[in-house]
Design a binder for this molecule. Structure first.
Ligand code: PLP
Length: 416
């Protein structure tokens, strides 16, 4: 065991005991694979603004915001007020609520390709519904995604996330337009849609070459397949999503995370003629869900989206660039191998000098785990895989603080 692991275990006895208790009733003591890490994940008792607090009373600067969803930090005042007021009026009923229509209107206004919206309870449900709409619209079964792309924890997507083709899932390397074109030419008659993240999120914040997304959209349309953008993460990068940045008009767009203000959410939006397939007056697709569009999530999501302005997005990007620069300098001073990828407020760090093409091909797993524990020991919480997602709650002073703590963690890694 390294000194870093020993320190982690020493300072978190209450979380360790809670992990053992959890393991009796939850396999691995866990209910969310992406949050898992050895030797055990912490039990948090609260999240307020830029901080999380664990069961042992330690405070952490939150640099991940529940895997990119808390774009305004924890317990953001306007969201808590709106959600509390909504909950006091009733948590849900099997009839329309006003906030759902307002949030749908807001999303249609912001995202150019979105004429209409259906809400779900997660991004995974939204991407599943997108594929289902594409299947019914085209009468085809297969879909094409990026190798190591992520669209949720469903077997049909996870197969591609793990880098395989199989069943109805076809894959091609992200950023390789020719490979996508060839796949579409070869299997076009069978392909209902291409679904792509504009920037690979869990794959490592990988931005594709210029023209890739537009090229894939054109190739998909040539063979009569739909082009679906998964903006579950990238909706935080521009008010109209990444599609606005590149002037793309996907047939369908998957959204989630920030649009729920911290509550479980997902949505699919797109062309009216495609969304019409879900119209319950003329149903071609039966799409339901007990909590779809529930008033608490909708009220919270509305506040989150309205407070996410172009200015706040640009400020987060500037802070993220400055943090990236500080971390690079620290790593080089401390003699730790280091590389990064960044898109706006999203920053992926690797403990290797060579940048892997994606997280599917990284070779720094063990060192990255060590850095993650070292960061926790220094009071910084980011994803175990090295993802940082800034929130509007992190001001310049807190970015300085994060950089200093990161520097100390890199020194611990160098000494280990
Ligand atoms: N799509 C992308 C790009 C994601 O990053 C995620 C989650 O991380 C999902 C879909 C699935 O969303 P959820 O976890 O809400 O099911």
């Amino acid at each position: 065991m390294t000194g870093i692991e020993a320190t982690f275990i020493d300072r978190t006895p209450a979380s360790a005991a809670h992990a053992a208790r959890a393991a009796a009733v939850m396999p691995g003591g866990d209910t969310r694979a992406a949050a898992h890490h050895p030797p055990y994940q912490l039990t948090m008792t609260s999240g307020v603004g830029p901080y999380l607090t664990d069961l042992d009373g330690h405070r952490y600067l939150d640099l991940i915001g529940n895997f990119t969803s808390l774009v305004h930090g924890n317990a953001f005042g306007p969201i808590i007020e709106a959600a509390t007021a909504a909950a006091a009026r009733g948590t849900n009923w099997p009839a329309r609520n006003e906030a759902a229509v307002e949030l749908a209107e807001e999303l249609c206004r912001r995202v150019a390709s979105v004429d209409q919206v259906r809400f779900t309870n997660s991004g995974s449900e939204a991407t599943m519904l997108a594929v289902e709409i594409a299947r019914v619209a085209t009468g085809r079964r297969r879909f094409l995604m990026a190798k190591y792309g992520y669209h949720g924890s469903m077997p049909q997507f996870e197969i591609g996330t793990s880098g395989q083709s199989g069943g109805e899932t076809l894959i091609a390397p992200f950023g390789d337009l020719t490979a996508f074109e060839e796949m579409l030419e070869l299997h076009g008659d069978d392909i209902a849609c291409v679904i792509l993240e504009p920037v690979l999120g869990s794959g490592g914040v990988v931005t594709p070459p210029d023209g890739f997304l537009a090229g894939v959209a054109a190739a998909a349309r040539r063979v009569g397949a739909l082009f679906v953008l998964d903006e579950v993460i990238t909706l935080r990068l521009a008010p109209g999503g990444h599609q606005a940045v590149e002037g793309l008009l996907p047939d369908l767009t998957a959204m989630a995370k920030i649009i729920g203000g911290g509550f479980p959410v997902g949505a699919i939006g797109g062309r009216a003629d495609l969304m019409e397939l879900c119209n319950p007056f003329r149903p071609r697709i039966f799409h339901s869900g007990t909590f779809n569009g529930n008033p608490v999530t909708m009220a919270a999501g509305l506040e989150a989206v309205r407070h996410l302005t172009s200015d706040s997005i640009s400020t987060m990007a500037v802070r993220s660039a400055s943090l990236e620069e500080r971390l690079r300098t620290s790593a080089s001073t401390r003699g730790v191998p280091f590389s990064t990828r960044r898109a706006g407020s999203l920053l992926q760090v690797y403990l290797s000098d060579e940048l892997p093409a994606s997280n599917g091909e990284r070779g720094d797993g063990e060192l990255a785990n060590l850095l993650h524990l070292a960061l926790l020991n220094q009071g910084v919480f980011c994803a175990a895989r090295g993802l940082i997602a800034l929130s509007t709650a992190l001001d310049d002073g807190l970015i300085e603080d994060a950089a200093a703590r990161f520097d100390a963690a890199l020194a611990d890694v160098a000494a280990s």
